[in-house]
Design a protein around this ligand. Structure first.
Ligand SMILES: Nc1ncnc2c1ncn2[C@@H]1O[C@H](COP(=O)(O)OP(=O)(O)OP(=O)(O)O)[C@@H](O)[C@H]1O
Ligand SMILES: [Mg+2]
Length: 234
Protein backbone atom coordinates (compact mmCIF):
# COMPACT_ATOMS: atom_id res chain seq x y z
CA UNK A 1 0.00 0.00 0.00
CA UNK A 2 1.30 3.46 -0.84
CA UNK A 3 1.86 5.76 2.13
CA UNK A 4 -1.24 7.63 3.20
CA UNK A 5 -1.38 11.29 2.17
CA UNK A 6 -1.70 12.48 5.77
CA UNK A 7 1.49 10.65 6.63
CA UNK A 8 3.27 12.45 3.82
CA UNK A 9 2.58 15.82 5.41
CA UNK A 10 4.63 15.02 8.53
CA UNK A 11 8.33 15.68 7.82
CA UNK A 12 10.62 12.90 8.99
CA UNK A 13 13.81 14.74 8.12
CA UNK A 14 14.27 18.48 8.34
CA UNK A 15 17.51 20.26 7.49
CA UNK A 16 18.05 23.99 7.75
CA UNK A 17 21.24 25.67 6.66
CA UNK A 18 23.26 22.49 7.04
CA UNK A 19 26.95 23.05 6.38
CA UNK A 20 29.87 20.64 6.56
CA UNK A 21 33.53 21.38 5.82
CA UNK A 22 36.77 19.47 5.65
CA UNK A 23 40.04 21.32 6.22
CA UNK A 24 38.41 24.68 5.50
CA UNK A 25 36.78 23.42 2.29
CA UNK A 26 32.98 23.66 2.36
CA UNK A 27 31.31 20.51 1.06
CA UNK A 28 27.73 21.16 2.17
CA UNK A 29 26.89 24.83 1.89
CA UNK A 30 23.64 25.57 3.71
CA UNK A 31 21.31 22.73 2.75
CA UNK A 32 17.57 23.15 3.38
CA UNK A 33 15.58 19.96 2.98
CA UNK A 34 12.35 18.41 4.25
CA UNK A 35 11.66 14.73 3.67
CA UNK A 36 8.05 13.84 4.48
CA UNK A 37 7.42 10.61 6.40
CA UNK A 38 7.18 7.68 4.03
CA UNK A 39 8.76 9.40 1.03
CA UNK A 40 11.37 7.62 -1.09
CA UNK A 41 14.09 10.10 -2.04
CA UNK A 42 17.14 9.46 -4.21
CA UNK A 43 20.20 11.69 -4.00
CA UNK A 44 22.37 12.05 -7.09
CA UNK A 45 25.52 14.05 -7.67
CA UNK A 46 29.02 13.83 -9.03
CA UNK A 47 31.67 11.90 -7.19
CA UNK A 48 32.89 14.14 -4.38
CA UNK A 49 29.79 16.35 -4.43
CA UNK A 50 29.04 15.50 -0.80
CA UNK A 51 26.35 12.79 -1.02
CA UNK A 52 27.92 10.53 1.59
CA UNK A 53 28.73 13.54 3.75
CA UNK A 54 25.04 14.49 3.73
CA UNK A 55 23.91 10.95 4.46
CA UNK A 56 26.38 10.58 7.31
CA UNK A 57 25.19 13.88 8.78
CA UNK A 58 21.55 12.74 8.69
CA UNK A 59 22.62 9.39 10.21
CA UNK A 60 24.37 11.26 13.04
CA UNK A 61 27.63 9.55 12.12
CA UNK A 62 29.73 12.69 11.68
CA UNK A 63 30.41 14.11 15.13
CA UNK A 64 34.02 14.84 14.25
CA UNK A 65 33.11 16.91 11.17
CA UNK A 66 33.05 20.72 11.28
CA UNK A 67 29.62 22.12 10.51
CA UNK A 68 26.54 24.04 11.52
CA UNK A 69 22.82 24.21 10.86
CA UNK A 70 19.74 22.43 12.14
CA UNK A 71 19.00 18.79 11.65
CA UNK A 72 15.99 16.77 12.73
CA UNK A 73 15.74 13.05 12.01
CA UNK A 74 13.63 10.22 13.46
CA UNK A 75 14.85 8.15 16.41
CA UNK A 76 14.89 4.85 14.56
CA UNK A 77 17.31 5.15 11.67
CA UNK A 78 18.98 2.30 9.79
CA UNK A 79 21.93 2.68 7.45
CA UNK A 80 22.95 0.38 4.59
CA UNK A 81 26.30 0.82 2.83
CA UNK A 82 27.80 -0.43 -0.41
CA UNK A 83 29.41 -3.35 1.40
CA UNK A 84 27.16 -5.43 3.63
CA UNK A 85 29.44 -5.02 6.69
CA UNK A 86 28.44 -8.37 8.19
CA UNK A 87 30.58 -9.64 11.04
CA UNK A 88 32.41 -12.66 9.61
CA UNK A 89 32.48 -14.52 12.93
CA UNK A 90 28.70 -14.42 13.36
CA UNK A 91 26.18 -16.47 11.46
CA UNK A 92 23.67 -14.68 9.23
CA UNK A 93 20.81 -14.68 11.74
CA UNK A 94 23.11 -13.41 14.51
CA UNK A 95 24.28 -10.62 12.22
CA UNK A 96 20.68 -9.64 11.55
CA UNK A 97 19.84 -9.67 15.25
CA UNK A 98 22.95 -7.81 16.36
CA UNK A 99 22.09 -5.55 19.27
CA UNK A 100 18.39 -6.44 19.22
CA UNK A 101 16.39 -9.30 20.65
CA UNK A 102 13.52 -11.19 19.11
CA UNK A 103 14.82 -14.10 17.08
CA UNK A 104 11.45 -14.54 15.42
CA UNK A 105 11.61 -11.05 13.91
CA UNK A 106 15.06 -11.81 12.55
CA UNK A 107 13.81 -14.98 10.90
CA UNK A 108 10.87 -13.10 9.40
CA UNK A 109 13.16 -10.37 8.05
CA UNK A 110 15.40 -12.99 6.44
CA UNK A 111 12.36 -14.61 4.88
CA UNK A 112 11.24 -11.22 3.54
CA UNK A 113 14.53 -10.74 1.72
CA UNK A 114 14.49 -14.29 0.36
CA UNK A 115 17.10 -15.78 2.71
CA UNK A 116 14.92 -18.28 4.54
CA UNK A 117 16.99 -21.36 5.24
CA UNK A 118 20.28 -19.41 5.33
CA UNK A 119 19.98 -18.34 8.97
CA UNK A 120 22.94 -20.45 10.06
CA UNK A 121 25.18 -19.69 7.09
CA UNK A 122 28.42 -17.75 7.62
CA UNK A 123 28.72 -14.40 5.80
CA UNK A 124 31.59 -15.85 3.74
CA UNK A 125 29.14 -18.38 2.30
CA UNK A 126 26.89 -15.67 0.84
CA UNK A 127 27.11 -14.08 -2.61
CA UNK A 128 27.39 -10.29 -2.83
CA UNK A 129 23.67 -9.95 -3.50
CA UNK A 130 22.78 -12.31 -0.65
CA UNK A 131 25.03 -10.39 1.72
CA UNK A 132 23.28 -7.14 0.75
CA UNK A 133 19.92 -8.80 1.33
CA UNK A 134 21.13 -9.86 4.78
CA UNK A 135 22.14 -6.24 5.39
CA UNK A 136 18.64 -5.13 4.38
CA UNK A 137 17.15 -7.71 6.76
CA UNK A 138 19.38 -6.36 9.53
CA UNK A 139 18.05 -2.85 8.89
CA UNK A 140 14.42 -4.05 8.72
CA UNK A 141 14.57 -5.78 12.08
CA UNK A 142 15.08 -2.38 13.64
CA UNK A 143 11.80 -1.18 12.08
CA UNK A 144 13.39 2.08 10.93
CA UNK A 145 11.34 5.22 10.41
CA UNK A 146 14.17 6.32 8.13
CA UNK A 147 16.30 4.08 5.95
CA UNK A 148 19.55 5.63 4.74
CA UNK A 149 21.36 3.81 1.97
CA UNK A 150 24.70 4.83 0.45
CA UNK A 151 25.07 3.20 -2.98
CA UNK A 152 23.79 -0.09 -1.55
CA UNK A 153 23.78 -1.81 -4.94
CA UNK A 154 26.94 -0.22 -6.33
CA UNK A 155 29.00 -3.39 -6.12
CA UNK A 156 26.40 -5.77 -7.57
CA UNK A 157 26.07 -7.08 -11.12
CA UNK A 158 23.32 -5.62 -13.32
CA UNK A 159 20.91 -8.53 -12.97
CA UNK A 160 21.21 -8.77 -9.19
CA UNK A 161 20.83 -5.03 -9.00
CA UNK A 162 17.48 -5.16 -10.84
CA UNK A 163 16.26 -7.85 -8.41
CA UNK A 164 17.40 -5.73 -5.48
CA UNK A 165 15.53 -2.73 -6.86
CA UNK A 166 12.31 -4.71 -6.91
CA UNK A 167 12.98 -6.02 -3.40
CA UNK A 168 13.75 -2.60 -1.95
CA UNK A 169 10.65 -1.02 -3.50
CA UNK A 170 8.53 -3.91 -2.16
CA UNK A 171 10.00 -3.60 1.35
CA UNK A 172 9.47 0.13 1.28
CA UNK A 173 5.81 -0.28 0.31
CA UNK A 174 5.26 -2.81 3.08
CA UNK A 175 7.10 -1.03 5.91
CA UNK A 176 6.76 2.59 4.72
CA UNK A 177 9.93 4.11 6.15
CA UNK A 178 11.21 7.34 4.66
CA UNK A 179 14.16 6.48 2.44
CA UNK A 180 17.19 8.51 1.45
CA UNK A 181 19.08 6.55 -1.18
CA UNK A 182 22.43 7.84 -2.40
CA UNK A 183 23.27 6.66 -5.88
CA UNK A 184 25.30 7.74 -8.89
CA UNK A 185 22.92 5.85 -11.17
CA UNK A 186 20.25 8.04 -12.79
CA UNK A 187 18.18 5.04 -13.89
CA UNK A 188 18.22 3.56 -10.40
CA UNK A 189 17.06 6.90 -8.98
CA UNK A 190 14.18 7.23 -11.45
CA UNK A 191 13.06 3.60 -11.12
CA UNK A 192 13.05 3.60 -7.32
CA UNK A 193 12.35 7.03 -5.99
CA UNK A 194 9.37 9.36 -5.87
CA UNK A 195 11.64 12.35 -5.62
CA UNK A 196 15.16 12.84 -6.93
CA UNK A 197 17.61 15.44 -5.64
CA UNK A 198 20.80 16.50 -7.35
CA UNK A 199 23.57 17.79 -5.12
CA UNK A 200 25.86 20.37 -6.70
CA UNK A 201 28.18 23.02 -5.31
CA UNK A 202 27.14 22.04 -1.80
CA UNK A 203 23.43 22.64 -2.40
CA UNK A 204 20.36 20.89 -3.75
CA UNK A 205 20.56 22.01 -7.37
CA UNK A 206 17.53 20.13 -8.60
CA UNK A 207 14.55 18.72 -6.72
CA UNK A 208 12.40 16.62 -9.02
CA UNK A 209 9.15 14.84 -8.17
CA UNK A 210 8.79 11.63 -10.14
CA UNK A 211 5.27 10.97 -11.29
CA UNK A 212 4.96 7.28 -12.02
CA UNK A 213 2.59 7.74 -14.93
CA UNK A 214 5.01 9.93 -16.85
CA UNK A 215 7.78 8.73 -19.09
CA UNK A 216 10.95 7.77 -17.25
CA UNK A 217 12.97 8.91 -20.27
CA UNK A 218 11.90 12.51 -19.74
CA UNK A 219 13.23 12.48 -16.16
CA UNK A 220 16.34 10.63 -17.22
CA UNK A 221 17.27 13.26 -19.78
CA UNK A 222 16.60 16.10 -17.32
CA UNK A 223 18.68 14.52 -14.61
CA UNK A 224 21.54 13.69 -16.93
CA UNK A 225 21.50 17.30 -18.14
CA UNK A 226 21.60 18.51 -14.53
CA UNK A 227 24.64 16.29 -14.05
CA UNK A 228 26.26 17.78 -17.12
CA UNK A 229 25.75 14.75 -19.36
CA UNK A 230 24.16 15.42 -22.72
CA UNK A 231 22.14 12.36 -23.62
CA UNK A 232 21.85 11.26 -27.20
CA UNK A 233 18.17 10.57 -27.69
CA UNK A 234 17.49 8.86 -30.90
N1 LIG B 1 36.71 12.49 6.42
C1 LIG B 1 37.04 13.34 5.44
N2 LIG B 1 38.17 14.08 5.50
C2 LIG B 1 38.49 14.96 4.52
N3 LIG B 1 37.76 15.16 3.42
C3 LIG B 1 36.64 14.45 3.30
C4 LIG B 1 36.22 13.50 4.28
N4 LIG B 1 35.05 12.94 3.89
C5 LIG B 1 34.77 13.51 2.70
N5 LIG B 1 35.70 14.41 2.35
C6 LIG B 1 35.69 15.22 1.13
O1 LIG B 1 34.42 15.79 0.96
C7 LIG B 1 34.03 15.75 -0.40
C8 LIG B 1 32.69 15.03 -0.50
O2 LIG B 1 32.88 13.66 -0.16
P1 LIG B 1 31.70 12.62 -0.17
O3 LIG B 1 32.27 11.33 0.26
O4 LIG B 1 30.55 13.17 0.57
O5 LIG B 1 31.34 12.60 -1.75
P2 LIG B 1 30.31 11.68 -2.53
O6 LIG B 1 29.38 12.59 -3.24
O7 LIG B 1 29.73 10.67 -1.61
O8 LIG B 1 31.26 10.99 -3.60
P3 LIG B 1 31.22 9.51 -4.23
O9 LIG B 1 30.15 9.53 -5.26
O10 LIG B 1 32.58 9.37 -4.85
O11 LIG B 1 30.96 8.53 -3.13
C9 LIG B 1 35.15 15.07 -1.16
O12 LIG B 1 35.92 16.05 -1.78
C10 LIG B 1 35.92 14.36 -0.10
O13 LIG B 1 37.29 14.29 -0.41
MG1 LIG C 1 29.87 8.60 -1.49
Amino acid sequence: MAPHTEQLTRPAVRLRGLTRSFGGRTVLDGIDLDIPAGQFVALLGHSGSGKSTLLRAVAGLDHEVVGSGQLTAPDRVSVVFQDARLLPWRRVLDNVLLGTDGEEKGREALEEVGLKGRERAWPSELSGGEAQRAALARSLVREPELLLADEPFGALDALTRIRMHALLRQLWKRHQPSVLLVTHDVDEAVVLADRVLVLEHGRIGLDLTIERERSREEYRVRLLAALGVTAEVG
